[in-house]
Write a protein that binds this ligand. Structure first.
Ligand SMILES: *[C@@H]1O[C@H](CO)[C@@H](O)[C@H](O)[C@H]1NC(C)=O
Length: 343
């Protein structure tokens, strides 16, 4: 969440589109119910079954054993049937039981390069309270200052693993190199130690539960500045010369660079592709507008996430209206950009 400056302009427009959002939500719910009916009857219909929104809510609730939010101004499923996770769209008890039985270990990667080590204490302490409670966790801390990693008391089944990496003079380079480092360690180490990777920014604190409901083969998070915005306002890379280029008529959402993940294999593939694209750009003397976030967004256009996290999972009070959320689970820590970035 260190690159939020300059993106705030898009926030203002997004709430005037609420009616469009409600209609979209209704259509998607109808469509998804149509999908369930089609598959259960083994009949494929070209057009979505016309059912009322209330009815589709009830059917979804029966199927998923959950209670959906009564207000339907949140999108709960993508057109390719990937769930969008909001508070109230999943059953934490059932999910926790499933993942406990599988004895899953989750890797949380975080980069604390240069002065960013100062964020580690609060990050780790709040993660111990809210992140994957009751599950096995490895915190993978990439840093150039291993001696400055704070000692935080950890619960059973949770470990801190410090990975020493080099730093780079420019924060943009540090930010982009994360793809390369996650990729390298995925095949060297993570694949042998964890089932899933969750890759996040360090200048953040957990503020509410972030649990196994986020886990899926490949997941991304809706950027808090753009979750209700139209495609035209997404800040994708628009210069065709960059490998991160996304044409005006493509793209589904604008995803945040500060929270993505999936199985180790899927994260390996994602980071490989993004790193290679970043290197091609570098050779061509171009840098994508939002660095690795632009490349991540490009990747998700052509490799659809199997689950999407709502902005509850990456929130910044400066970027959106908090009233729209029931939970703010993972929050940006205010900081002085200039003072921290290059120290
Ligand atoms: C769960 O996994 C960990 C590490 O992979 C292992 O040490 C532990 O014995 C496992 N527990 C059970 C109950 O299988």
């Amino acid at each position: 969440m260190h690159k939020d400056q300059g993106k705030t302009g898009a926030v203002k427009g997004c709430f005037t589109k609420r009616h469009v959002y409600v209609m979209g939500c209704t259509t998607l719910l109808c469509f998804s119910v149509g999908y369930f009916w089609n598959t259960s009857n083994d009949i494929w219909l070209d057009t979505p079954t016309q059912v009322s929104n209330t009815m589709s809510n009830h059917i979804l609730e029966d199927l998923l054993q959950i209670e959906l939010p009564r207000r339907c101004d949140v999108l709960v499923m993508t057109p390719w049937f990937a769930p969008i996770v909001w508070e109230g769209t999943y059953n934490a008890e059932i999910l926790n039981e499933q993942f406990r039985q599988r004895n899953v270990t989750v890797g949380l990667t975080v980069f604390a390069i240069k002065k960013y080590v100062i964020f580690l204490k609060k990050f780790l302490e709040t993660a111990e309270t809210y992140f994957m409670v009751g599950h096995r966790v490895n915190y993978y801390i990439f840093t150039d200052r291993p001696e400055e990693v704070p000692k935080v008391e950890l619960k059973e089944g949770r470990n801190v693993v410090v990975l020493q990496v080099q730093n780079y003079p420019r924060w943009q380079e540090i930010s982009m190199r994360r793809m390369e480092m996650i990729n390298y360690f995925s095949q060297q180490q993570f694949i042998n130690e964890v089932s899933y990777l969750v890759c996040v920014d360090v200048d953040m604190r957990f503020n509410d539960q972030v649990g196994v409901e986020i886990l899926s083969n490949l997941f991304g998070t809706l950027h808090p500045g753009f979750y209700g915005a139209e495609r035209q306002s997404f800040t994708y890379e628009r210069r065709p010369a960059s490998q991160a280029y996304v044409p005006r008529d493509e793209g589904d959402f604008y995803y945040a660079g500060g929270f993505f993940g999936g199985t180790v294999m899927e994260v390996y593939k994602l980071t490989k592709k993004c790193h290679e694209a970043i290197m091609v750009d570098k050779a061509n003397g171009i840098e994508a507008i939002w660095q690795e976030e632009s490349h991540l967004n490009k990747y998700f256009v052509y490799h659809k996430p199997t689950k999407i996290l709502s902005p509850e999972y990456l929130w910044d009070d400066n970027l959106g209206r908090r009233e729209i959320l029931k939970k703010r689970r993972f929050l940006a820590v205010p900081k002085n950009h200039a003072a921290i970035r290059n120290k």
